[in-house]
Design a protein around this ligand. Structure first.
Ligand SMILES: *Cc1c(COP(=O)(O)O)cnc(C)c1O
Length: 473
């Protein structure tokens, strides 16, 4: 049931030709080529149509006449057309490994490596010394051996793929034993068990959600068992009356029954968690020493590299993984490989080099440094805006990415009083800026956590924030 008024407005929409003939539009024809202008006009007219169709009765009554399309509309539309959908955002949330906004930003060295790999041909699978075919993994294998102490290492597209490849290689059509307390969901409603089942392996759950004993594993072993799997429950913790079986104990049981032991670490770290201000948990090196046969972890969680699934472990198992045809489907791409090699090299070189990896740098920021950054930002906002809008507050950051869920990391943030705007409206406007700013809302204030802001972002933030304050004061 279209209203009379609505139909009248729809008929007022000019044709593309009419718009293109108008004198005002001729002004932009020197700035852009004809096909761009044509496309922009088509989109603008489509927008107008959609807007009218979505209006309710009272709105159509209030709208007397349709605004004509002018040169500025076309300029804005073309700017919008050129802008990528996938773009940089500023992370002021204080969540370091924020899954929705790209997890780990890369180090300068990693970015340079990606640029070179993208722009030029490379020795991706080419042995320069012999002129023959080489191996994709050769570029990171030695680094993984050096850093973790494992016999071998390979890499795939992501950690979920790494686990899938392991299960498919060793337990397709057979049973894998896993503790019920480790059947975790990894965000976006993907459940690890569901991904695992895609391998064709049958998961045999043992124990209860909070307690699993060695006996539970022992009793579940049958002639169909091909593997024991331990998952690091990195995105949640059951606190209180809990019990899990130590990796070393599980390793003994696996060896006795001639079964490989797979450990999915999730967020694998090479640096001791204590040194990063986190509650101590084993490093990848520790777990290699504990005797896990195969260990998998993400490239872009605490490691601070690109999205990748890293697998380290014993030669006899990793050789079989490399040969599985599924490995070809899950293989790492060359840009990722370039970023991963640069990231691993930083760890292999020295502690100072590793400290240049943004995730590590953010974790290592001290309270005085954070406070100092907050003072600089608050001062800059107050200097530009009407004063006293910004204030320094003590708060806590999070690791994110499902890692260290109980670990609040002390931080400093700048809290901005958004009046006369509502906090939600202000936060919404922050997301519409170029670049969009993703902030945190707490106690009816918008917070900018200093831990996840990069140095150059602290310089541009005051103008971005004040553009909203000024427009609405
Ligand atoms: C994050 C996580 C995964 C998935 O890793 P991706 O790199 O996101 O594929 C698998 N297992 C555990 C325990 C995790 O924490």
């Amino acid at each position: 049931m279209g209203s009379v008024k609505k139909n009248k407005l729809l008929r007022e929409i000019p044709s593309v030709d009419e718009v293109l003939r108008s004198p005002d539009i001729k002004k932009v024809s020197k700035e852009y080529n004809r096909s761009m202008i044509l496309r922009a006009v088509q989109l603008i007219l489509e927008d107008k149509r959609k807007t009218i169709l979505l209006m309710d009765e009272s709105m159509t009554e209030n709208l007397q006449k349709l605004q004509p399309v002018n040169a500025e509309d076309i300029r804005q539309k073309i700017i919008h057309m050129k802008e990528p959908s996938f773009k940089r955002v500023i992370n002021a949330t204080g969540i370091i490994i924020h899954t929705n906004i790209g997890r780990a930003p890369l180090s300068d060295d990693a970015v340079q490596a990606v640029t070179d790999a993208a722009r030029y041909y490379s020795n991706l699978e080419f042995d320069i010394s012999t002129g023959k075919r080489g191996q994709r993994y050769s570029h990171v294998k030695g680094l993984l051996q050096d850093i973790t102490g494992a016999e071998s290492g390979i890499v795939v597209n992501n950690n979920a793929a790494a686990v899938l490849l392991c299960l498919s290689t060793f337990a397709k059509g057979y049973e894998v034993i896993i503790s019920r307390g480790e059947m975790i969901e990894i965000g976006d409603s993907f459940r690890i068990p569901e991904i695992m089942e895609q391998s064709g392996a049958k998961l045999v759950e043992v124990g209860s959600t909070n307690r699993t004993h060695l006996e539970d594993y022992k009793n579940a072993i049958t002639k169909n068992t091909k593997m024991i799997l331990k998952v690091h429950t990195s995105n949640y913790r059951i606190v209180g009356f809990t019990s899990e079986v130590e990796l070393a104990e599980l390793n003994k049981l696996a060896k006795k029954n001639n079964l490989p032991l797979l450990l999915d670490m999730g967020s694998g770290n090479f640096i001791k968690a204590e040194e990063l201000g986190l509650k101590d948990e084993p490093t990848v090196q520790d777990e290699v020493l504990s005797g896990a046969d195969i260990i998998t972890f993400s490239g872009d969680k605490l490691l601070g590299g690109p999205q990748a699934g890293i697998i380290v472990g014993k030669n006899k198992f990793l050789d079989l993984l490399a040969k599985n045809p599924l490995n070809r489907a899950l293989r790492i791409d060359k840009l990722t490989l370039a970023a991963l090699e640069a990231t691993l090299k930083a760890y292999a070189l020295s502690e100072e080099n590793a400290a240049d990896i943004p995730v590590i740098k953010m974790l290592k920021l001290s309270e005085p440094e954070l406070k100092n950054r907050a003072e600089v930002l608050a001062q800059a906002i107050n200097d530009r805006g009407s004063s006293d809008k910004a204030e320094i507050v003590k708060d806590s950051s999070q690791v994110g990415g499902g890692a260290y869920p109980l670990n609040d990391i002390p931080t400093y943030a700048v809290a901005v009083d958004t009046a006369p705007l509502a906090v939600n409206a202000f936060e919404n406007m922050l997301r519409k800026l170029t670049p969009p700013v993703i902030a945190r809302i707490k106690n009816d204030r918008v917070l900018f956590d200093m831990r996840t802001l990069l140095d150059d972002e602290i310089e541009i933030l005051p103008n971005l924030i004040c553009s909203i304050i000024k427009k609405n004061s």
